[in-house]
Ligand binder design. Sequence first.
Ligand code: GLY
Ligand code: MN
Ligand code: MN
Length: 435
Amino acid sequence: MNETHFFNRREKLLEQMKEGAAIIASASHAFRSNDTEYPYRQNSDFYYLTGFEESNAVLVLTKTASEAKTILYVEAYNAEYALWNGAKLGLEGAVERFRVDEVRDVAQYPGEVKDLLREHVNLYIDLFDDSEVLRKAKTAVQELRETRGVKRHIRTYRDVTHLIRTLRLIKSSEEIETIRQAIAITAKAHHIAMRECHAGMREYQLQAAMSYVFLEEGAKSEAYGAIVAGGNNANTLHYVDNRAELRSGDLVLIDAACEWELYASDITRTFPVSGTFSDAQKEVYNAVLDVQLRVIEAIKPGVKRDWLQRMSEELLCDALVALGILKGERGALMEAKEHKKFAPHGIGHWMGLDVHDPCPYVDESGESLAFEPGMVMTIEPGLYFRSDDESVPKRYRGIGIRIEDDILVTENGYDNLSSMIAKTVDEIEAMCNQL
Ligand code: GLY
Ligand code: MN
Ligand code: MN
């Protein structure tokens, strides 16, 4: 993506804004231990509008009846910082790189924010961000109220994240290409895991094999903490311990994926540790796969996530009856939420700059949004049977299966962006047994 893409996004945001100002801050550093930081990751909304990955930066947009203006505050060159950490882009670098009206030194922001807000009535911010940048802005709003001669004051704080995240819902072709790149690397990592897996390994060793691929291919980070769950551990939905031994005869569920240029992928595959599904595992696996394929097949413009959720619950409920795990009629079972015990999570979520992209799911009236071309959603049904659940036939106990792909809504239907990853029983067994 080049600077024109980020410029166009800012233009779209300005179009959506009433007259006023918007202030969007970069992410802060987070400490991991004493003075040691977590790897820095830019705030997704800030990145969406700037493509800038440095910390200590502020984007200010102002809009009046006659003009719109964009100012990017960045850190100026600092010799001491450069000695320890390398030089940041600096003011001159930012002027060349960003198509904004002005680049200014972030050290000036506290002294200038009052002027930037003078005579504006709307201030667009992240209403839940209490960073220093926004505290300074709010103090400026207060001071302006008390300043003689200022005729108009900020009277409304508006949620800028809602506007940005509504734009983020529809991915451009460049964004889709970036997501495809993340998925291509993730596909390679899942296939390596299938091929390298054997009984006696530890879950973290499979994770390491995947992380090697991510780093080797140039991905800077996982998109989220990897879940590598052997056997019954798959029934702990957010299992991230990844330290147990993988046992022959068990399945292993891997929900792991990398991020590429800050865009996520999100993939789950479940496969046999020793390369061959047992009959019981195959029965559950094919039941989940059938639900996944049917839900994906239903995706096209106009369809709503709520419908897919309902459809997936009905299909999973039917599967539970067919497997002999639930008994009774679907309507009554669903009414009593019996299926939720074995299929507790949602069918999928938006994906983009965040793995759980915080784009709206409903419109202004609370109605589920209809799909449009360019939206990307995961489809990830699962069935989970704990080893200690005596209500489940013995042969299924300890089996936990989820299958997750990343789906793009297209003009005519959908494109499964992760369709190259082994998924049928035959494909998985072939991959597991490939040398
Ligand atoms: N990996 C997180 C999720 O599947 O939602
Ligand atoms: Mn997911
Ligand atoms: Mn996932």
